[in-house]
Design a protein. Structure first.
Length: 293
């Protein structure tokens, strides 16, 4: 697996910082990305490129789309494409601050920082609602099958596609729900994480049950809670060998199939949404040969 950015397959870190950057027109993007190759190791820092950036460099990556808008959605889902995404992973918040400053400096002149979000692991890996997040993630070889591009040739194999959304929770609204309606919204019991067979069709895990799609829609979720002052929620991050599985899940969550919106929308909403291509590794460097670098 030495052609995959290791941070994709590794467990969620204790702390993280997400940098969202926008390319400056006519800037030397290639030189900035070469500098980034010297700083991002794919492990402590996972990197993703947006479609507009790849196009600006005069290339195309098959399957790299713009975050979708589902016309039949019964709830609002933001699509906010950006050029570049860096997921800084670590254990020490100060170190993350310094590492992100170093990256911003290396990229300045070619990219401006659009958004910075600090995230953390909550307990053993729970969402701020207290529910265990990631239980049904594919593991081992199945995780690789779900998340990593294969049989596309050098420069492409080992890559991954990632969907990133910032969700803002209304924790007051969530806390006002009874325990039973909270469990029914997720489709699992908070107390023991058991799946509820009789959960309503709006339950989140009923909407997204990966085996219920045709073809099956497996993704590798690496989401983390975030908080900033009084606001808090989940940075939803899902890696796939393409965007097909995520797209099918989101389509069902927003009610585009049957008019039933995911019960999550009762207490949380996505205020951003972007797609990125996470390049493979070659040796210890991020391999940008697919886009001519
Ligand atoms: C604030 C947003 C979200 C929260 C709090 C959340 C939380 C959860 C929780 C608690 C579970 C059950 C345990 C597990 O298997 O991980 C779960 C499962 C899952 N979620 Fe989410 N989720 C969110 C957004 C999304 C989005 C946007 C998608 C995809 C479009 C998604 C896809 C999935 C999938 C595929 C599963 C596993 C379903 C299965 O096969 O059983 N989630 N989520």
């Amino acid at each position: 697996m030495n052609d995959v950015q290791p941070g994709i397959l590794a467990p969620v870190p204790r702390l993280a910082r997400y940098l969202f950057l926008v390319a400056i027109p006519d800037a030397d993007l290639g030189a900035a990305l070469s500098a980034l190759q010297g700083l991002a190791d794919g492990d402590q820092t996972v990197v993703g490129l947006g479609r507009s950036l790849v196009l600006a460099l005069g290339h195309e990556i098959e399957g790299l789309a713009t975050f979708p808008h589902h016309a039949e959605a019964t709830v609002e889902v933001a699509s906010t494409p950006v050029s570049l995404w860096c997921w800084l992973r670590g254990n020490d918040r100060g170190e993350l601050v310094h590492r992100s400053r170093q990256m911003e400096k290396a990229l300045s002149g070619a990219f401006s920082v659009y958004q910075t979000i600090d995230a953390f692991r909550h307990q053993s890996g729970r969402d701020l609602t207290g529910y265990e997040d990631g239980t049904e993630n594919p593991k081992g070889e199945a995780a690789i099958q779900a998340a990593i591009v294969r049989a596309q040739g050098s420069g492409f194999d080992g890559a991954s596609f990632v969907a990133v959304q910032q969700w803002i929770h209304d924790l007051d609204a969530f806390e006002a729900m009874t325990d039973e309606s909270q469990d029914n919204a997720i489709g699992r019991r908070k107390s023991d994480n058991e799946e509820l067979d009789d959960a309503p069709a709006s339950a989140h895990v009923k909407r997204t049950a990966q085996e219920s799609f045709n073809p099956e829609a497996f993704v590798l979720r690496r989401s983390m809670p975030w908080a900033d002052g009084a606001a808090a929620g989940l940075m939803f991050v899902a890696f796939g060998k393409s965007f097909a599985a995520f797209d099918a899940q989101l389509r069902r969550m927003v009610g585009a199939e049957d008019g039933i919106a995911d019960a999550l929308f009762r207490f949380t909403r996505p205020v951003s949404g972007a797609y990125f291509w996470c390049p493979p590794m070659k040796g210890r460097r991020i391999d940008l040969s697919a886009i001519g670098l």
